[in-house]
Write a protein that binds this ligand. Structure first.
Ligand SMILES: Nc1nc2c(ncn2[C@@H]2O[C@H](COP(=O)(O)OP(=O)(O)OP(=O)(O)O)[C@@H](O)[C@H]2O)c(=O)[nH]1
Ligand SMILES: [Mg+2]
Length: 319
């Protein structure tokens, strides 16, 4: 862990504002590792409303999220956007390097100074990834990213929650995985703003699209004012990517026009604050109440001196 005196946070944030990739990387690693300077980083990043369009990509392993992310970066760069990519693995305690190497095939963008690629894993942040991801998004935002793509691994509840932190959520599916049905089971159909049926060069994309339409017709959807479009892509060749960029722009416009952008951003901040607060309570409970106090309370419950609710309340009151 980096000692406080070794870090000039103000200077780092200034450099990040000038899109210095090393400053951006350093700030995000502070967020990921719950560094002692994190409070100072958060204070330095506050004060400017978010600009970037945050797009979450979720879907089963191997459907082509990373390949699609790569193709989106290429297309966004072609129109002059600055792009951030955050690969998030809620299930893994391992950080950065490995995930980047294995999961993201972005070699062609690694030398581009207008593309920031970072990855994050669960590493004991106060409040977990629900708190860490919004903070990392702020770092990428101050660096001037127009679009931030957040790729999450897997489609479990944790991944859905992370993906939902985005302004626009893409659910990526592919033929041959029974994906339409899987998505319905996992409850992800409701959270998607845009469905992408990738690997359209393979047989079965039509079937996935039909399954999806059917699932969609039975579900409420994420917002009554927006009907999620279903797009077909072949990420490896770039086919359908322009249409996808168009769908993202259309959704972003709708978010602004309907006021839903502000609603989602407030929800994101609320989730973040709640995660930080609950993390802080848990931490105080562990240090203040401590194992001895807990053990003592447990003894009294076992001996019938008190009941567990009264014991829990006493511990909470002692924080
Ligand atoms: N035929 C075909 N293959 C594709 C397409 N998109 C991706 N692939 C291949 O599918 C495999 C998985 O792609 P990834 O982009 O790593 O998939 P992912 O969803 O990021 O996978 P995880 O990060 O492991 O969950 C790779 O071998 C890709 O080359 C496509 O449009 N068509
Ligand atoms: Mg991937």
């Amino acid at each position: 862990m980096v000692a406080r005196r070794d870090v000039d946070v103000t200077d780092l944030i200034n450099r990040a504002r000038h899109a210095d990739p090393r400053a951006v990387a350093r700030l995000i690693s502070f967020v990921e590792s719950n560094s002692p300077v994190l409070r100072e980083v958060a204070a330095g990043l506050a004060g400017v409303p978010a600009q970037a369009h945050v797009v979450g990509l979720t879907g089963s392993p191997g459907v082509g999220k990373s390949t699609l992310t790569n193709a989106l970066v290429t297309a966004l760069r072609a129109r002059g956007d600055r792009v951030g990519v955050l690969a998030v693995d809620p299930s893994s305690p391992y950080s950065g390097g490995a995930l980047l190497g294995d999961r993201i095939r972005m070699g062609e963008h690694s030398e581009d100074e207008h593309v920031f690629i970072r990855s994050m894993a669960s590493r004991g942040q106060l409040g977990g990834l629900a708190a860490a991801v919004p903070q990392a998004l702020r770092v990428l935002d101050v660096a001037g990213c127009d679009v931030i793509l957040v790729e999450t691994v897997g489609v479990g509840q944790a991944e859905i929650e992370i993906a939902s932190l985005a302004d626009t959520t893409l659910l990526v599916l592919a033929p041959g995985l029974g994906d339409g049905i899987q998505a319905a089971k996992a409850g992800v159909v409701e959270i998607a703003d845009v469905y992408v049926v990738n690997k359209a060069d393979r047989g079965g994309a039509e079937q996935v699209t039909r399954d999806l339409r059917q699932v969609q017709s039975l579900s409420a959807g994420r917002h009554e004012g927006w009907k999620a479009s279903i797009l077909k892509t072949t990420a490896v060749s770039g086919e359908g990517i322009q249409e996808l960029i168009g769908a993202l722009a259309e959704h972003r416009q709708w978010l602004e026009d309907s006021g839903e952008l502000g609603v989602r951003r407030r929800r994101r901040a609320a989730t973040e604050i709640e995660a930080i607060a609950l993390g802080a309570v848990r931490e105080r409970f562990a240090t203040l109440a401590g194992p001895a106090a807990l053990d003592d309370a447990a003894g009294r419950v076992v001996d019938g001196e008190t009941d567990p609710y009264v014991a829990a309340e006493a511990l909470i009151a002692s924080l």
